[in-house]
Design a protein around this ligand. Structure first.
Ligand code: ZN
Length: 190
């Protein structure tokens, strides 16, 4: 298994996790910024993280891995490859998380739900409901990064590679602004 230090190294190297002085979409400021999709540019790193996450579910009988599109598609695929099972994804249709494209689950199939990052865990919950609507069981939840401060409780075996909390401030309370540090708006072109 990867150590936390190695996981952080991968997240920094692939720019999933950036450090500096950021103005977030909410208007708040932070020292760290996270964009989980960045790692998906690098198949080798993505594979290493997913292999590690998949190993944590050894001993479960899993028939399929399901993730919410778009962020989870590659994660589900990589984990399913390790487990030797199917990879499916859900999408929203009129706002409701559902299976499209003919994806289906058999009654009583055991499903591992995966996601790149959870903050509130809302989309994982929605995927779990979609799986259960098909008569299948959710036997676990796996996430690369838990940003919920361990607050997400899905009622099944849950594993995350790493837990990361990002502190944010209103601009007037921001310690980096007080130091006069120049600010970046992530997502914008420079
Ligand atoms: Zn600031």
């Amino acid at each position: 298994m990867l150590e936390e230090k190695e996981i952080l190294e991968i997240l920094r190297e692939t720019k999933v996790l950036r450090e500096g002085h950021f103005r977030l979409t909410s208007g708040r400021h932070s020292k760290k910024y996270m964009q989980c999709a960045q790692v998906l540019q690098y198949p080798n790193f993505t594979q290493r993280l997913c292999e590690d996450l998949a190993r944590r579910f050894k001993g479960h009988e899993i028939h399929a891995v399901v993730a919410p599109a778009i962020g989870g598609i590659i994660i589900a695929y990589e984990i399913a490859k390790v487990l030797g099972v199917r990879a499916l994804f859900t999408e929203r249709e009129d706002g409701k998380m559902t299976f499209r494209r003919g994806f289906d689950l058999e009654d009583d199939e055991n499903v591992l739900v995966v996601e790149d990052v959870i903050t509130t865990g809302g989309s994982v919950q929605e995927v779990m409901e979609a799986v259960r609507e098909r008569g299948a069981n959710v036997c676990g939840v796996g996430v690369l990064v838990d940003r919920s401060a361990g607050k997400s409780d899905f009622g099944v075996h849950t594993e995350s590679l790493i837990s990361i909390q990002i502190e944010t401030w209103e601009p007037e309370d921001c310690p980096l602004c007080k130091e006069g540090a120049s600010i970046t708006k992530p997502g914008s072109r420079r």
